[in-house]
Design a protein around this ligand. Structure first.
Ligand code: GLN
Length: 532
């Protein structure tokens, strides 16, 4: 069995197509359907690794090492499942494959064209997502908004699939916007009507219209959308603004969306089991304690740049029973205001990052947490600055640095491995994806995981320089996680500190609402207990 659900978007970007797609995955899964999710990014980039967080938010990393857009993170969190390369598709990948085939001469003298060669490649990759994951249904999110030039080959591929496959095997869900006019307080359906017109112009009639709206969608407006957009009125689904993205599946279930979708796909449906999810949402909303965590980063004005970290903190907060108040602290502010910028925090988190800007502030924050006994969680660059801070303050190596920031430092405590030296190309050349590590017994990290063997995802070029390990350990910064061959230090912690753990990997990518990540849980517990 192979069923395809396409999610397109209209009117404006940022309506939550990713969360809608993830929610559909969550709902279908809750009824026992074997479903997977796929994101199409219509960019010429081959992956998201070279994209600036200012433009696209966080770069997510799959277990098998693909750098993707942040929606894959939503998908993994809403499905409680690790996804792979097959779940993320870009125009760069599609054209790359087509051009390589052309160079090999596989097109046997034919002119290579968008239709049919590019569209065939797209269709085969969509089908591949089903085969690779062994799923019966794939929900495919088409990035961008209808009408974008970049999206046309994908919409054409969808149009063809609707023609080629039985009617009950292909469904199009269109997410549009129903804004409120500030002057009259009225909900307006015209933008939705126009975006459906755009979709029809490329030969696609949507089956469902999901209306993102700030207020409840009255029956009369549902009827109007149904009439003008030519869908049954019960296929107009309200998608109201909600305080938390985790409420979206519950709200859509109330609209009966999953049942209607399954009916349209001609699939039977089992009883729904959303009990654990409801319980999570309840816990998220009803935390009695609060804890203030400072995140010191370069892109703090753009929260999406650290999306998986904020979500991981929320998941852990719900498990620990505490609401997490995140204080966003620009690293450059710490450079200027020093400890004043860090006042009143119960925990400090320094996330990953690249480039020199803001490094001094992050080093200061890492050092401040060590000196004052505030719990510290360093992630990737957050581990590297913790090592630099320790070298400078405790070992007295004032010029200690990462060779990323000072290639001539006499103390290259963070450095490139021989296999990274000389790598010029930026795309896909870092240490990426999941690697195993073993934990040292008797450490905070070992206690947090409750075991000695872990697998975590990486995305970095630089590593702890093993040459200096002995001196660090003598003074109290211990390597608490190592690669199985002991060539790589995967985490360090300060021995005489309530909780100071810094990891070279990205634990945030594995946190799930119902399976919070043990490091985030242990970090929050330490923050709560240190301040009480
Ligand atoms: N810039 C550092 C490196 O490449 C850290 C990367 C990160 O934090 N993801 O190793």
């Amino acid at each position: 069995m192979a069923k395809y659900v396409f999610v397109t978007g209209g009117v404006v970007s940022g309506l939550g197509k990713g969360v809608l797609t993830a929610s559909l995955g969550c709902l279908l899964r809750s009824r026992g359907v074997r479903v997977t999710l796929q994101k199409i990014d219509p960019y010429l980039n081959v992956d998201a690794g070279t994209m600036n967080p200012y433009e696209h938010g966080e770069v997510f990393v799959t277990k098998d090492g693909l750098e993707t857009d942040l929606d894959i993170g939503h998908y993994e969190r809403f499905l409680h499942e690790d996804l792979s390369r097959a779940n993320y598709l870009t125009t760069g990948q599609v054209y790359w494959a087509v051009i390589q085939r052309e160079r090999k001469g596989d097109y046997l003298g034919h002119t290579v064209q968008v239709i049919p060669h590019v569209t065939e490649e797209i269709k085969s990759r969509i089908k591949e997502a089903l085969d690779v994951t062994g799923s019966a249904v794939v929900v495919v999110e088409v990035g961008g908004t209808v009408g974008d030039i970049e999206g046309l080959p994908y919409l054409e591929a969808i149009r063809q699939m609707r023609d080629e496959l039985p009617r009950e095997d292909v469904v199009v869900v269109h997410l549009a916007y129903v804004p409120v006019l500030s002057t009259t307080g009225e909900l307006k359906t015209k933008p939705t009507q126009h975006s459906v017109k755009e979709l029809r112009a490329v030969g696609i009639q949507p089956d469902f219209i999901v209306a993102r709206c700030p207020l409840p969608l009255p029956w009369a407006l549902r009827k109007k959308i149904a009439l003008f957009c030519d869908v049954p009125v019960e296929h107009v689904i309200e998608d109201r603004d909600l305080p938390s993205i985790y409420q979206v599946p519950l709200a859509l279930a109330q609209e009966g969306f999953d049942q209607k979708l399954l009916r349209r796909l001609d699939l039977g449906c089992a009883e729904q089991d959303l009990g654990a999810w409801q319980d999570f949402v309840r816990r998220l909303e009803n935390c009695e304690q609060r804890v203030r965590i400072g995140i010191v980063g370069k892109y703090v004005e753009l929260k999406d740049a650290y999306l998986s970290i904020t979500e991981a903190l929320r998941h852990a907060g719900a498990a620990v029973g505490t609401k997490v108040d995140i204080v966003w602290i620009p690293a450059q502010k710490v450079e200027e205001a020093k400890e004043k910028a860090l006042a009143g925090l119960q925990g400090i988190l320094v996330p990953g990052g690249f480039g020199e800007r803001g490094i001094a502030g992050k080093v200061f924050a890492a050092d401040y947490a060590r000196r004052t006994g505030i719990p510290y969680l360093g992630i990737c660059l957050g581990m590297q600055v913790a090592v630099i801070a320790f070298a400078r303050s405790v070992l007295g190596w004032k010029e200690a640095n990462s060779t990323e920031f000072d290639p001539r430092t006499p103390y290259p405590v963070i450095d490139l491995l021989p296999e990274q030296t000389g790598v010029q190309a930026k795309g896909g050349t870092m240490r990426l994806g999941e690697y195993p590590a073993k934990l040292r017994p008797g450490t905070h990290i070992h206690a947090a995981y409750g075991g000695a063997h872990i697998g975590e995802r990486h995305r970095h070029r630089y590593e702890f320089n093993l040459q200096f390990l002995e001196e660090f350990e003598r003074k109290g910064l211990v390597a608490c996680a190592l690669s199985p061959d002991e060539r790589l230090v995967e985490a360090v912690e300060v021995r005489d500190h309530p909780w100071y753990v810094a990891v070279q990997f990205h634990p945030e990518f594995r946190s799930r609402p119902l399976r919070p990540h043990p490091l985030f849980v242990a970090f929050l517990r330490a923050c709560v207990s240190c301040s009480s």
